[in-house]
Design a binder for this molecule. Structure first.
Ligand SMILES: [Zn+2]
Length: 256
């Protein structure tokens, strides 16, 4: 005997997951499509229906910079968010323009480095630590650089900071170097071209890699070195992704 089940009911699986929103766009009158990052599931998209209506139950729950417990139902194209509960909220970020610009930027860097439906807990942790740093008042620009270097290292494109890429000679104290964003690392003046990299900038790069994020707040370095490191890592991120992150121009505007 044939029995009929409504297709939607038969196919709908539900799940519960912990994750953060890394980007979102509006859909139709009142919906949003969220890109979510979860330590167990990697990157995936879900639709929050009716979330832009004032009466929405999900409403405030899917704000950015929060770790969420989500109830999901599998849908035709995207999962559908059925329940939201905030587990942790980085409230300080929302109130500071500079910090929230870096927080969105960090979210985009991590989102792009994470594969669809592939658990990458280390990248997830990197993003949450970046948000923690911003929340605790570490300098916004230092956190941006720390996140960039963390992404490069995690993606297996960590730049060489200890020796010239060509002759493997360790730089001398005060030696002016060159930065090779494509190959990833430093070169001595004999083997490199392009913009110079001062020993202060190299020291900052090494510190960003070596120190626990909590210690970053104590770093005091010349503004010129921070600018050099900004330019160097910007080049490396561009080499990694093939184009600038979308949120970078907003960050530049806020920081100008
Ligand atoms: Zn060399």
């Amino acid at each position: 005997m044939l029995r009929w089940y409504p297709a939607a009911m038969a196919l709908r699986r539900t799940s519960r997951i912990t994750g953060v929103v890394t980007s979102r766009f509006r859909l139709g009158e009142a919906d949003r499509v969220l890109t979510l990052l979860s330590p167990e599931r990697g990157k995936f998209k879900a639709i929050a229906k009716g979330v832009r209506k004032p009466s929405s139950r999900l409403g405030g729950g899917v704000e950015p910079f929060a770790e969420l417990h989500l109830g999901l139902a599998s849908g035709r194209t995207f999962d559908v968010v059925t329940q939201v509960q905030s587990a942790r909220v980085w409230l300080g970020l929302r109130g500071r323009l500079g910090s929230s610009a870096v927080a969105w930027y960090a979210a985009e860097l991590v989102e792009r480095a994470t594969s669809e439906e592939q658990p990458e807990p280390a990248l997830y942790d990197l993003l949450l630590r970046a948000w923690d740093l911003l929340e605790s008042g570490a300098a916004d620009l230092l956190v941006a650089r720390w996140t960039e270097l963390g992404i490069l290292d995690a993606a297996g494109h960590g730049p060489e900071l200890d020796a010239c890429l060509d002759c493997s000679r360790a730089p001398l104290e005060g030696e002016e170097l060159r930065w090779d964003a494509e190959a990833g690392g430093i070169r001595c003046a004999t083997h490199g071209e392009g913009a110079p990299l001062s020993s202060d900038a190299l020291r900052l790069l090494r510190a960003l890699r070596r120190f626990a994020p909590e210690e970053l707040a104590a770093l005091r370095l010349p503004a010129a070195a921070l600018l050099e490191v900004d330019r160097a890592l910007r080049g490396s991120i561009l080499a990694l992704y093939g184009r600038e992150p979308r949120s970078r121009s907003f960050l530049d505007e806020v920081m100008a």
